[in-house]
Design a protein around this ligand. Sequence first.
Ligand code: HEM
Length: 481
Amino acid sequence: MAENNDYVQAKEEGSWRLPPGLRKALPFYMRRAWVNFGEPIPLFEHLHKTFGPIAHYRFMGTLIVFVNDPAWIQEILINQAGSFVKERTLQRMKILLGEGLITSDDPIHMRQRRIAAPAFHRQRIAGYAEQIAASAATTREGWKKDTEFDIAESMMQLSLRIVARTLFDTEVTPEVLSVADEVDTIMGLYNYLVAFPRLERVLHWPIPGVMKFRRSRARLDVIVERMIASRRALSREDLESRGDLLSELVAARDEAAAEGDPDGMSDKQLRDETLTIFLAGYETVANALSWTWYLLSQNPDVAERMEAEIDQVLGGRPVTMQEYPNLRYTEMVFAEAMRLYPPAWAMGRRSTKAVELGPYKIPPGAHFFFSQYVMHRSAEFWDEPEAFRPERHTPEAKAERPRFVYFPFGGGRRQCIGEGFAWMEGVLSLATIAQKWRLEFVNRYPVVAQAKITLRPKFPMIMIPRERFPQAAPEHPGQVR
Ligand code: HEM
């Protein structure tokens, strides 16, 4: 990097040693193509390209460090995790999610995670395989052959159906749809709301966007509280036999209380966890699946190989948990789609103590960002990063890579609690749908990834379902041959 008016080399500041970075505060570069306040990926890419594995800049008086080195990401998420809390923008999600798993910090987080963990154990989530396959089959049967539809919308509906069945043990009732709608409204307002410097204080002000947010949040609370109350009314036995995640959480809470955990999980925490899991588990998987179908449509050789595996493993039967371990290539396809289009495209932490990364010593209060999107496409670690190659995810290839070159589910003590669930949902949904259809992409809208809370397609993604085993057209009486 050449020293110029824009950039500074690594430098000492008092007892700190900062990595290289932008000489002036970020707003100074506002006219540059890589600065767009609603869209941080171009900025992260620019920092990586210009400065390499680590860079700093300042924004509104805060020191921000962007890290794109797998060993240093490991330092932040694992080895020095005790020196970090969640970054402020994320903490602001507390206005919606309260003290749920995503937003809380220790000691609340540690306790909540311990209580919620059994609901996500492998044996428990295996029980959801059947509901996932049945939901995907409903989606599959809803498509009309040779008729265009928007895959992004369809995958949202599928994942909503799966969440409704597994989290709440219900179909997509108007109640579940309103949860999705209210969450959508709130998330749409979220980017606007976090721009307020003293957000928590303005929440009571009669500003239209804020009022809308408050109304949505209140409606959401009523719905979720009703769902929790219906579980509470059940006997222990009935609760256990229901088997949905919310019942599991209520049961886990009761168990913790019975084992003498003095502060168990309050009703308020149960509400926070329910919303957190709903939010974390719904859009992420839907987007991962939409991107997978898009990439398959662009790589017919991969689609063919995946279909061959599915036909061979399933032999035309509905997929069950037993076959799941044998759908290895399908899983690699899903993994590779999440490399190119990671639903969680960046993560952030704030340091509470001094942090040492290699030669750098960074003061407490700095914000650290790292991006799955940038790392998963870095040429230092990936050969021809833009190419879609599921073979990158064989056990041998994985063993050769440093841990944090590929981290769609994060890592360390805050690693995604729903990871096992997400893999199963992705693979079983792909297998069920690909049993019947090959999707053909219709190039009507540009394919642009939009980095909102998750990485979603910005425009509708139109597909035509082609039947894989076309049925002979029925013969009509009097048909002329
Ligand atoms: C493809 C799908 C998914 C992706 C890419 C994904 C990604 C992530 C990532 C990167 C984190 C860590 C965030 C951080 O450390 O700052 C996370 C946390 C979390 N995820 Fe997921 N997730 C997915 C699906 C799910 C599902 C299906 C559920 C629940 C059913 C879920 C529930 C959670 C929860 C509760 C946390 C917070 C965990 C904690 O801090 O202890 N996620 N997820």
